[in-house]
Design a protein around this ligand. Structure first.
Ligand code: PPE
Length: 304
């Protein structure tokens, strides 16, 4: 990965190579952390962070779900992000806030351990491989199911939840695919290991209801963009074979942006990128760079 100069840890800007934690950090053993993934894009003379407020809102909500009280407010954390981008001299980057139960006591009970917090930034290119945005990717249906909501707090972007994604991701790669599509415990399509999913059939868009998936901020943006473009968007259970016979399908996420799905379980979906995906990807990539007036409300300009 591309290293930069500083990572912010519990109030201090620490040099990248010194941003370390104790081996008995609670979160390392028990998955007791929450994180966010945010992207900043270069726009003309400044840096634009996409939907920063919503990401930090979700961060705080994730912490609430797993019973962690943060000793920094949303506004304080936003100020840190501004400073960190400037200090690291970045004009486009990925931003990773993480809050976690730190070192004090061992054992499952986290309540006596401190809550630590850190923010890192680094340049991050195409998440699903070079050319993925243009050419699309090959996917499989995972043999691992997505979370049942009463097994994991699936609305929290919690570190522990991600072992499920890690298993499905490794399975995809070992089988020669780029990404897995995960089904919910009832067998309906939920999401990718780090993305939400849309399919297009007969000019209409479909995506899983939020009950089954992470409430993706890109997903929400795409729904608004698609509706503004005149498409109907249905949030309803989708079966894997509906995707096999869809006209187009694509993943959305902060890291993945809008990545076309070329095939699922070796059924070709579209020859790379269909026209609807193309149109939506185009508008999205302009939106995040602050080039569309209507969506400038989603842009936070970094204060230098
Ligand atoms: N589902 C999952 C499981 C998920 O992890 C993400 C984001 C999304 C949907 C899309 O959410 P949003 O970014 O708000 O549109 N995954 C993040 C982490 C990726 C990683 O490998 O780390 C991301 O895209 O930043």
């Amino acid at each position: 990965m591309k290293e930069v100069d500083f990572i912010w840890m519990d109030g201090d800007f620490v040099e990248w190579e010194n941003a370390k934690v104790h081996i008995l950090t609670h979160a390392l053993h028990y998955g007791t952390g929450v994180f966010e993934g945010i992207r900043a894009y270069k726009t003309g003379d400044s840096t634009a962070v996409f939907r920063l407020d919503e990401h930090m809102e979700r961060f705080i909500n994730s912490a609430k779900i797993i019973n962690m009280e943060l000793d920094h407010t949303k506004d304080e954390l936003i100020e840190v992000i501004d400073k960190l981008i400037v200090k690291n001299d970045l004009d486009s980057c990925y931003i990773r806030p993480i809050a976690y139960r730190g070192y004090k006591k061992m054992g499952v009970n986290p309540l006596n351990n401190p809550v630590n917090i850190s923010i890192a930034t680094w340049p991050w290119g195409e998440y699903l491989g070079e050319g993925a945005l243009k050419n699309g990717i090959d996917t499989q249906t995972s043999s691992w199911s997505r979370h049942h909501p009463n097994i994991f707090p699936s609305k929290a972007k919690a570190t522990g939840n991600y072992l499920n994604s890690v298993m499905a991701k490794m399975e995809a790669i070992e089988n020669g695919y780029v990404e897995s599509i995960m089904l919910n415990p009832q067998g309906y399509v939920a999401e990718g290991t780090g993305e939400n999913l849309f399919m297009v059939r007969n000019g209409e868009l479909f995506t899983a209801p939020t009950s089954d998936v992470l409430e993706g901020i890109t997903r929400k943006s795409i729904i608004e963009i698609a509706k503004d473009l005149g498409y109907s968007v249905k949030k309803e259970p989708i079966t894997r074979d509906q995707i096999y016979i869809s006209d187009e399908a694509f993943f959305t996420g902060t890291a993945a942006e809008v990545t076309p799905i070329k095939s699922v379980d070796r059924r070709i979906i579209s020859d790379g990128k269909g026209p609807v995906t193309d149109e939506i990807q185009n508008v999205f990539l302009k939106t995040v760079k602050g080039k569309i007036d209507k969506y400038k409300k989603w842009i936070h300009k970094v204060k230098k």
